[in-house]
Design a protein. Structure first.
Length: 319
């Protein structure tokens, strides 16, 4: 059975435990050698018992405040990202869809006017095209509002170019609408509008490319920042845990070791060894008070023993 226990390495964790105990013992000796935490010797036992939990509470509160601050910063970064690159990418996509829809209606109008003799049908297409062009203005206005966001990826110069190009296109499209009737449409005007639409499309394509690149870059930076914060949080938590464990060990050892040494000295004193040196006489806590009380008892015992020895010697001289 013992062979099976050794084979399964049962109780192997005890060796690791003893190894850690030796390590903490070494740490304790280093702390004693360099007089680290010497102030603890003069703190009462009742306060020593409360130091470790108090340190833990303070550490948890500080860690919670750091986590809250990190969360608020991440929330602010997310809002800035959503109101900047992400929002502008959505607005650019809406603007692209709107202007393509308006241009499609313009083509549909000219095609219908060339093949349809019904004036009402042509009038309906004129209304649809005019409405589509007004939606282009609305989409452009929404894009202009996003320029005032702190994290805007579009410059006012690029927007001004786009606005001028759209104004020219709208003017040419208006000419196409005005020149279109039941007798058809002049292809010269639709070609001018088509040429201007190509210029607008190129500007929109360049702006969307820049917006997409900036959005991807901002998202990547946000992810890297989040990973760094998580790593920092893990490091802080590890340092606090290690320091708390070391501090608790030193506090516990500062309580238990003097009591054990004092108990041994009191046993020797009770056995009649009046030459024993009592430890902890210079301490300011309850262990020091106990040591001084026992030292007083020892002094009285030594005095009494000396008096008895003198009395015994005097009796022997008289005999």
């Amino acid at each position: 059975m013992l062979g099976g226990i050794k084979k399964l390495n049962i109780f192997g964790w005890t060796r690791n435990l003893f190894g850690w105990t030796k390590y903490f013992g070494w740490v304790s000796r280093v702390a004693s050698r360099f007089n680290i935490f010497s102030f603890v010797r003069h703190i009462g036992l009742s306060w020593k018992v409360q130091i470790a939990p108090l340190f833990l509470v303070i550490s948890l509160v500080a860690l919670g405040m750091y986590s809250l601050q990190t969360l608020q910063h991440n929330q602010s970064s997310e809002e800035s990202l959503m109101s900047g690159p992400v929002r502008q990418a959505e607005l650019m996509s809406d603007f692209t869809s709107t202007i393509w829809s308006a241009h499609a209606n313009l083509y549909r109008l000219t095609t219908t006017a060339a093949t349809e003799t019904d004036a009402k049908a042509v009038s309906d297409y004129v209304f649809d095209t005019t409405t589509s062009l007004s939606r282009v203005d609305d989409a452009l206005l929404a894009l202009e509002v996003s320029l005032y966001a702190p994290s805007s990826v579009l410059s006012k110069e690029d927007y001004a170019k786009l606005k001028d190009a759209v104004a020219v296109y709208a003017a040419k499209a208006k000419i196409v609408i005005d020149k279109t009737g039941a007798s058809g449409a002049d292809t010269r005007f639709i070609k001018d509008a088509e040429k201007q639409f190509s210029a607008v499309s190129q500007l929109v394509s360049d702006m969307m490319s820049a917006s997409s690149t900036r959005k991807s870059m901002e998202i990547g930076i946000s992810q890297v920042r989040l990973e760094e914060q998580q790593f920092t949080l893990k490091i802080v938590l590890g340092v606090i845990s290690a320091f708390g464990l070391l501090f608790s060990f030193l506090i516990g050892r500062g309580i238990s070791k003097p009591v054990v040494v004092m108990t041994k000295a009191m046993h020797e004193l009770a056995g009649g060894d009046l030459s024993v040196q009592l430890p902890g006489l210079d301490r300011g806590d309850e262990v020091g008070q106990m040591a001084r009380a026992v030292e007083e008892f020892k002094v009285q015992a030594v005095t009494k023993a000396e008096q008895e020895a003198k009395l015994l010697a005097l009796i022997e001289e008289q005999q």
